[in-house]
Design a protein around this ligand. Structure first.
Ligand SMILES: NC(=O)NC(NC(N)=O)C(=O)[O-]
Ligand SMILES: [Zn+2]
Ligand SMILES: [Zn+2]
Length: 504
């Protein structure tokens, strides 16, 4: 070996050693992006008596360094605070994976008077959500082309308090254009989303079975899912066009306009098209995800059967279908208007059973607010008001409080809110507390009582929500996104350091 080679090897070893030991020499601040975190450390330990890991809930210390979980030590005592090791002891609070919401309408760019990246992601952080996946509609433009996708990502930069990925939109204009869909997916869309009924947004038209089949062919190649708003309008016998305002104010009128048969019909078609999605020799086929299931009767049975026979189908439901019922919605109270509609108590209880039995794969908020005027609260006109419920920030305490009454365990709740949604979005480093994953964590007190109301800060752009007045259990203490403490007890980090998540 000549001398210059020897020198090279020696330098190489020196650099190698330095990088192995670097984290220990640089316990404070190294690589810390000023303002991203309320905590001035990048290497620290979180401790509590209740850490939720895939192995169960246990007393443990979670070591975080450089934004990742680097070790999890099952121990009954708080680790010692040393010069090198900053330790936060959360006592009996629960440390669990940050929540992942795969169905959020942030409406930016273009409809920031409805919601926006800053307000939406601040609400998310305060609610324990560390990742959101944004829907392609309600923003202007809708996210249906590569150009629109790039605009969305640009608009998001520097404005996110949690990480945000994006679904692309599948509409009649791009569905049969393979190049356009390829471009959208190559730009980073995590999958596509389509409607089988009018979406309420003019430039987001409804797709039919042929559009969906063609899109699945391409999605199968990328192994990314198609999310579908599964309702197809059905002809009805008593269709009246001349209803007066007193009839339009009645919740029962609205409920009649969107019967379960709309969901059934759409789901039948989706199951039929999912049968053979092993296109071009693709061995895994395409994945269809049914968003916001409301009908827990025939629709749910169809999904169960299809899954049993091996279809690659998953389904989500939302807190509002689990908490409210048609019987309790007052006429004129359009805060509750959403599509598909909230149905009767029996339907709700069957949804809980399906959730507990594992037939519903995950939860999502379907946070879809609008400007207050569009809810037509004064007129209370259910047929003309905007359909969409504002709820992002409350998902955890709501589903925990009502889930407990239905025998749902914390471990199950975490699977429904973190592990499975992260998987659907292709985020394999998120959704669980395991070594090597992103340090996306919520620390919360499941026993603390709260009330959504005056003494509760709502970070959504508009506070209008049907949850107002609800007494709940569970308050978020701290939220970490990739090791940054982005929220603690009513304060957010000063800089928005969440990142746009792009599929690669
Ligand atoms: N344009 C929307 O945001 N629609 C949403 N509205 C609801 N769910 O009422 C949805 O997800 O269908
Ligand atoms: Zn929808
Ligand atoms: Zn939606």
């Amino acid at each position: 070996m000549n001398s210059s080679l020897l020198l090279g090897v020696a330098i190489g070893i020196a650099i190698g050693c330095a990088s192995i030991f670097l984290p220990y020499f640089s316990d404070r601040n190294q690589g810390l992006n000023e303002g991203c975190s309320l905590l001035p450390h990048r290497h620290f330990w979180l401790y509590s008596k209740r850490v939720l890991t895939p192995g169960g809930i246990m007393p443990a210390a979670v070591e975080i360094n450089g934004g990742h979980i680097v070790s999890i030590v099952h121990q009954n005592k708080t680790p010692k605070q040393t010069k090198r090791a900053h330790v936060i002891d959360y006592g009996n609070a629960v440390i669990m994976p940050g929540l992942v919401d795969v169905h959020v309408h942030l409406n930016e760019p273009g409809r920031v008077e409805w919601e926006g990246f800053v307000t939406g992601t601040k609400a998310a952080a305060a609610g324990g959500f560390t990742t959101l996946i944004d829907m392609p509609l309600n923003s202007v433009p809708t996210t249906t082309s590569k150009e629109a996708f790039d605009m969305k990502v640009d608009a998001a930069k520097g404005r996110l308090f949690v990480d945000v990925g994006f679904w692309g939109g599948l509409v009649p204009e791009n569905a049969l254009n393979n190049t356009a869909i390829d471009e959208l997916l190559q730009a980073g869309a995590l999958g596509l989303k389509s409607f089988m009924c009018p979406s309420g947004i003019n430039d987001f038209g409804q797709t039919n079975a042929s559009h969906i089949k063609e899109a699945l062919r391409i999605l199968a190649k990328y192994q990314r899912p198609l999310l579908v708003h599964a309702e197809i309008p059905q002809p009805s016998e008593d269709e009246k066009t001349d209803m007066d305002i007193s009839e339009r104010r009645m919740y029962s009128t609205y409920l009649r306009t969107r019967p379960p048969s709309w969901e059934e019909e759409a789901i039948k078609i989706l199951i039929a098209v999912s049968k053979d999605t092993h296109f071009d020799g693709s061995k895994d086929g395409a994945h269809i995800h049914i968003v916001h299931l409301s009908d827990s009767s025939v629709s749910l049975d169809l999904i169960k059967e299809a899954k049993e026979s091996g279809a690659r189908i998953s389904v989500e439901t939302c807190p509002h279908y689990l908490v409210f019922s048609a019987e309790e919605i007052s006429d004129g109270d359009t805060r509750f208007k959403c599509a598909p509609p909230i149905r009767d108590v029996l339907n709700r209880e069957r949804l809980w059973k399906a959730l507990k039995d594992g037939h519903i794969d995950m939860l999502s908020s379907d946070h879809s607010p609008s400007s207050p005027e569009l809810k037509l609260l004064e007129a209370g006109d259910f047929l003309r008001a905007w359909g969409g419920i504002s709820s992002l920030q409350f998902g955890l305490p709501v589903t925990w409080s009502y889930g407990q009454q239905h025998g749902l365990q914390l471990e199950q709740l975490s699977e429904l809110w973190s592990q499975r949604p992260a998987k659907l979005a292709g985020q394999h480093k998120k959704g669980t507390i395991v070594t090597g994953n992103d340090a996306d964590i919520v620390v919360w007190d499941p026993e603390n009582e709260i009330q959504i109301g005056e003494n509760y800060t709502i970070y959504h752009k508009h506070p209008i929500t049907p949850y107002t007045g609800k007494h709940l259990f569970g308050s978020v203490i701290t939220t970490f996104v990739r090791g940054n403490m982005v929220y603690e007890n009513g304060s957010h980090a000063s800089t928005a350091c969440g990142v746009p998540i792009l599929a690669v």
